[in-house]
Design a protein around this ligand. Structure first.
Ligand code: SF4
Length: 171
């Protein structure tokens, strides 16, 4: 199965919030699996503030508590997004968290800087039930990445991983 190609604008029919309040189920949830990052983006407030606030990871147990409390809602959430101030793939429990999420949300989204993507990582993400991956692009080649992020990106591997993900994990 190849990745769906949809215009962002046409992505989904919008719900007018005032027509549906009060909500019985929240629309979405944003989860921060890692307050840590392997990039040092020049514009990033997280990087600039990180000294006092870095290297913290959400445990699978804490996420499970959140997950279990979501069973109280009458319907599935529209989406759960893993992102925030850091790189989610640095959290070794991310695949398990994504796997749980399938039961409580219609869509599971990962926002990543893409640097840790390999074919194996993509396979694990797809096997876990990830439905959407958003990669924040920081450059168009390895030099551009280094200037913006201070990271020596394996740009060829990065492109191959994106192609592999776009093909749904098929070679
Ligand atoms: S990848 Fe994201 S969290 Fe990491 S330094 Fe860059 S902007 Fe900040």
């Amino acid at each position: 199965m190849s990745a769906k190609e949809q215009s962002w604008v046409e992505y989904k029919p919008r719900t007018i919030l005032k027509d549906v309040l009060p909500l019985e189920t929240p629309f979405s949830l944003q989860v921060e699996p890692a307050r840590a990052c392997n990039f040092k983006c020049v514009y990033c407030y997280h990087y600039n503030e990180r000294e006092a606030d870095n290297n913290k990871y959400l445990s699978v147990g804490s996420y499970r508590s959140l997950f279990e409390s979501s069973w109280k809602f009458k319907q599935k959430l529209k989406s759960v997004t893993f992102g925030g101030k850091g790189e989610p793939l640095l959290n070794k429990g991310i695949f398990e968290m994504i796997r749980m999420t399938e039961q409580i949300a219609q869509e599971t989204v990962l926002i990543t800087n893409g640097s840790l993507l390999t074919q194996e990582t993509v396979d694990n993400l797809l096997d876990s039930g990830l439905t959407t991956m958003r990669i924040s692009l920081q450059g168009l080649d390895a030099d551009g990445y280094y200037k913006t992020c201070g990271h020596k990106m394996d740009f060829d591997r990065f492109l191959r991983s994106i192609e592999y993900a776009h093909a749904g994990g098929e070679e």
